[in-house]
Design a protein around this ligand. Structure first.
Ligand SMILES: C[S@@+](CC[C@H](N)C(=O)[O-])C[C@H]1O[C@@H](n2cnc3c(N)ncnc32)[C@H](O)[C@@H]1O
Length: 224
């Protein structure tokens, strides 16, 4: 694993053996904000009156999406977020220490929260603030035992070319089953085959403009 700089000045991780990045090399923070926070969380709050939002992330990796969702809850105190993150291969703390996301996001005062994201045991819910809790599951999405339903899914697995087994119908059927009606899934992936599978699992699918360097992204919704 290597730490590499992306186009917007934020770091990400790179796996040489898979030739795969954890984020877009055009900009890690820009991509995460665009897909998961703007097209995901902000959109959800516009179409749904819920103030308690449960999020499932597939592929927690660096914890950047968790931290951005925490910052959202901090800025919008009328919301309570319960976040569940699936990650079978937690990132080595040596790399986490080098990820300066709190500084880059102007949130140095929440540096301890970023550290807190990466501490604690699997399957134990941790309150990172009064409004934000995190349950990390060091498991695979294929075999993890989901008990509660979610309002949103941040689907941030490695690309279909690298991990095709995570983009199969069985995975999206499972997610559909554990999504509340009106719930949404957002992902950077805009491949036609993935959208076809999402539709066959029951989702309504939208193509949206992607972040810099990517023409499109996908938002999928479970009908009300
Ligand atoms: C694109 S990276 C995630 C980026 C991450 N969201 C971030 O902000 O850093 C994909 C992640 O999926 C994880 N992963 C690999 N196999 C998985 C599986 N079977 N289920 C869930 N996550 C998996 C990887 O370990 C990696 O952390």
């Amino acid at each position: 694993m290597e730490l590499v700089m992306t186009g917007d000045g934020s770091p990400t991780l790179f796996l040489p053996d898979k030739n795969e990045y954890y984020h877009s090399h055009f900009g890690a923070v820009t991509e995460s904000k665009h897909i998961f926070i703007q097209a995901g969380l902000h959109h959800f709050t516009k179409i749904n009156p819920k103030r308690e939002i449960s999020i499932l992330e597939v592929g927690m990796g660096t914890g950047l999406n968790v931290f951005l969702a925490f910052l959202f809850s901090n800025a919008m105190p009328s919301y309570v977020i319960q976040y569940t993150a699936i990650e079978p291969e937690p990132v080595d703390p040596v790399f986490i220490q080098q990820l300066n996301y709190p500084l880059l996001l102007g949130a140095e005062r929440h540096g301890n929260v970023f550290k807190g994201i990466h501490t604690g045991e699997s399957n134990v819910r941790l309150d990172l603030s009064e409004k934000f809790s995190l349950n990390k599951k060091f498991e695979k999405i294929q075999t993890t035992d989901l008990k509660e339903k979610f309002d949103m899914v941040f689907f941030d697995a490695f690309a279909p070319a690298v991990q095709p087994e995570l983009w199969e119908k069985g995975i999206f059927d499972k997610i559909f089953q554990f999504l509340n009606s009106g719930g949404i899934l957002v992902t950077y992936c805009a491949k036609g085959e993935v959208k076809r599978i999402l539709r066959s699992s029951g989702f309504g699918v939208e193509n949206l403009p992607g972040p810099p360097g990517k023409r499109e992204m996908t938002r999928a919704s479970k009908p009300v």
